[in-house]
Design a protein around this ligand. Structure first.
Ligand code: SF4
Length: 271
């Protein structure tokens, strides 16, 4: 079997899931494909994004040493040119640690082809100087850096709040602008667009959709031309797993409002 992409673990869990926060999540505007008439809020203490079961399962575990990460990379299969095949660096804040890792890869004379990264939009912005440093190194090493998934999730502040994303639409705009600027500066080494293999997080539909949130998202997508490079061909509906914080939200709602939603395996079907 030919393996074309691998995973290299650098971090277990997510630093954002280490923070506890009391959040009030809105009642839905629609459930079971019907408008939901009541308004209210469900208070919950959350760790990480409300839809994320990584946050609930693992919290923030640990970061592995550079030598452990290098050992994993050294064991990857090679492509026809003798370089390690593309790999995803499993680290929710991978952008910040990329430059030191590339430097260690250079020193150990391992030849790599492509590193795929996943990040939150706010951490991407915060790590901009370190990402530039990493891209300079990538240029020198003739390596591609694919920003494979940035957690944009929504273009409505209300929905981002209910997802406990911890940032606003403004942060998403700045992250999109930064990705486009970096592409101009490092056209050969920086990949971020859907056509280049990225699949940025966009959760839609959600139980909080309304004519207002839909209008905001539509206007935003048009104004910033997001269909050209940022949006996946299809959005992902909000999936509520039993284990994530929204599982707790919907079970509380069922109890308070005398409802019973359908279960399908590990999923609670709100649609
Ligand atoms: S969605 Fe990403 S940022 Fe949010 S808690 Fe999960 S792993 Fe962390």
């Amino acid at each position: 079997m030919r393996i074309s992409c691998a995973q290299v673990v650098q971090q277990i869990g997510c630093p954002y899931a280490a923070k506890k926060k009391l959040v009030e999540i809105d009642y839905p505007t629609n459930l079971n494909d019907k408008p939901f008439p009541k308004k209210g809020k469900v208070p919950l203490t959350l760790q990480g994004c409300s839809f994320c079961d990584v946050a609930r399962d693992k919290g923030f575990g640990l970061t592995l040493s550079t030598s452990t990460v290098l050992r994993q990379i050294a064991r990857l299969p090679e492509d026809e040119e003798g370089r390690k095949i593309p790999f995803e660096l499993v680290n929710e804040n991978s952008v910040a640690s990329l430059a030191p890792l590339l430097s260690a890869i250079k020193d150990s004379q391992i030849r790599i082809s492509q590193v795929n990264l996943v990040t939150r939009a706010d951490w991407l912005l915060k790590a901009e100087p370190r990402l530039r440093e990493a891209l300079q190194l990538a240029k020198f090493l003739k390596v591609r850096i694919l920003l494979a998934a940035v957690g944009l999730e929504s273009f409505s502040d209300q929905i981002l709040r209910n997802l406990n994303k911890g940032y606003s639409v403004e942060t998403n705009v700045s992250a999109i602008r930064l990705m486009r600027r970096l592409k101009e500066e490092f056209p050969e080494n920086f990949l971020y667009a859907t056509s280049e293999g990225a699949g940025h997080g966009f959760i839609h539909p959600t139980p909080w959709d309304s004519p207002r949130t839909l209008g905001e998202a539509r206007a935003f997508i048009l104004a910033y031309g997001l269909n050209q490079d940022i949006l996946p061909p299809r959005s992902t509906p909000l999936i509520i797993h039993h284990a994530c914080a929204l599982g707790e939200w919907i079970r509380r709602l069922e109890e308070e409002e005398g409802l019973k939603l359908k279960r399908s395996g590990s999923i609670i079907e709100w649609w």
